[in-house]
Design a protein around this ligand. Sequence first.
Ligand code: NAD
Length: 445
Amino acid sequence: MKITVIGTGYVGLVAGLGFSKWGNEVVCLDVDKEKIENLQQGICPIYEPGATTQLKDGLASGRLRFTADTELAVRHGEIIFIAVGTPEQTDGSADLSFVYTAADCIAKYADSDKIVVDKSTVPVGTAHDLSCYIQKILHSQDKRIHIDVASNPEFLREGRAVGDFNNPDRIVLGVSSEYAKERLTVLYSPFFRSNKPVIITTPETAEMIKYASNAFLATKITFINEIANLCEQVGADIGQVAAAMGKDGRISPKFLHPGPGYGGSCFPKDTKALAAIGERFAAPQTIVESVIRANEKQKKRAAGRVKRRFPSGARLAVLGLSFKPETDDIRESPAIEIVNSLLEEGSFILQLYDPKAMENARRAVNGPMQNMIWCTSANAAVADVDAILIPTEGGEFTSLDFDKIGKNMRQKVLFDFRNIYGKERLEKLGFEYYGTGFNPERENR
Ligand code: NAD
């Protein structure tokens, strides 16, 4: 099939790579010309395992093209995916201006029937509103073509996006016509053949499934974070609590890992958008509203623990700056918030390292230049410091040799916010161990 994808961010690019891999002729459009030029040369703008290989394969096959030419892109696709950003506005609701700009372009340049599919995360009712909006423009231009609007929310996880796209837990197709249903069924036929769950529903339900799923996951994370905070006070072992809870099939062990709060480009904005939708339709999402507040507190709490331990400042190593491992995405990263909060004090010198996100982190960190040392490896970052902070777990951070590292530290203090290393193990090595849910021995009751 001929497919167009508008927006080549994490979602649009990965979708474009996937569709071309399945044998479709794909054109990806972006307004960012530099990004397009890089993609045309096989340079991937994001770090995502497997993406560069698929990009090069796609370009070599001739089935994958990148362009900044809107007219060409819109005319190409029988199905046009919209995968542009939907950032949060000051009131928490989703900013749909990029989506509507894409719709304007489609209405302007389309010269045949199309199916427009929203992959961006958008409020319930957007597919319907977009359809009316496009029809109105077509009508005003006296264009006798039909444009169907469907919803196909994306559930991929950054860091595993390529794998998730090709092996999803489920596909959700929100359609309002038999024609859109038939064409999208053809496009997604590889998943029908492999018996993946495909949920075919209305656009409104599809849009709601996306928000409900993200809000539920954010709630689960926040729940275990608050239980961990309580464990810290009462001396219960959060590791055992979470593991035992997870053995209950109704609960499951996933998303029961305490930490310094959720981040990323989706959970923070999607929870706020859902709360805003609830308010708008007088169906308040009180659980989600308190999740949002609790998560903000959790991020601040992490930095607060460090400040309390070092009231007059210290030299600290910070390992992991992205919002989660295996990505260079630092959007709403708790690690960046912790770093910025410490830099604000003026009394902390930070030795910073991340395996993938250094470039993005440099742009997001605010503070005096002389208080930041950007290191080229984890080993360089941990040398001669008073404490090590691990806000984001990453491949190389899960196997650090603390026996060796401790010998080159000024003081042996570890803030293991992701509970990678056991308290007992580190205390045996002479470390003062702070995990999420764990205080050092001397602070426990
Ligand atoms: P992104 O910000 O990484 O990328 C968006 C891209 O769209 C940018 O490259 C931008 O230049 C381009 N763009 C904006 N307006 C355009 C236009 N009119 N024409 C062409 N290109 C345009 O965003 P993302 O992380 O890929 O997210 C996209 C959407 O998917 C959002 O709604 C997001 O909530 C949702 N989503 C994201 C993830 C994720 O893990 N990142 C997962 C599921 C869903």
